[in-house]
Write a protein that binds this ligand. Structure first.
Ligand code: FES
Length: 170
């Protein structure tokens, strides 16, 4: 059987830049493609780099277990990485980062996701899908062939990041 050669294309492991191309930030300081949140068209990904000091609602093993289930990688410097697939899990539109809401929102039917991709509101049946992230030397690799599409809507026992207090209009 023949398999397509996807090397260097969406569906394979893609080097999206150097770690230093993606400065970490706290959510309140995110500026798309400058700090915290970065769009990479070739990987169909919003790469999110949360700073050390990000406030998580869980701790101990609950926190690390939740990082695993949400494909969030803790880096050696104490920051956190997650690669969110741009495709809304409702009906597949491309959602957008909304600096006015400090979150992601889909223009089609309003599905709304927190900065780590966790479901906030709208018709999406689950949190945003995400790809595995790894590092090769100083490079950041998004494994676009390895999709985690099993992150449910969070509840009080699993939510990692507090719901933004800013209302997010259409
Ligand atoms: S496709 Fe995104 S909300 Fe429907």
């Amino acid at each position: 059987m023949l398999y397509p050669n996807l090397a260097g294309q969406f569906g394979s492991a893609l080097t999206v830049g150097k770690k230093t191309d993606f400065p970490a930030a706290l959510p309140a300081d995110f500026k798309q493609d400058q700090t915290g949140v970065f769009y990479r068209q070739e990987a169909k990904t919003y790469l999110v780099h949360l700073a050390k000091g990000t406030h998580f609602l869980l701790n101990g093993s609950s926190l690390t277990d939740q990082f695993d289930s949400e494909s969030i990688v803790k880096d050696k410097d104490g920051s956190y990485w997650v690669a969110l697939y741009q495709r809304c899990v409702h009906l597949g539109c491309t959602y957008a980062y909304r600096p006015d809401c400090v979150s992601f929102k889909c223009p089609c039917h309003g599905s709304h996701y927190n900065v780590d991709g966790e479901y906030l509101d709208g018709p999406a049946p689950r949190s945003a899908d995400r790809f595995a992230v790894s590092f090769s030397g100083g490079d950041v690799v998004v494994e676009t062939g390895s999709l985690n599409n099993k992150v449910p809507r969070p509840d009080d026992t699993t939510r990692l990041i507090a719901i933004p207090t800013i209302a997010c209009g259409a």
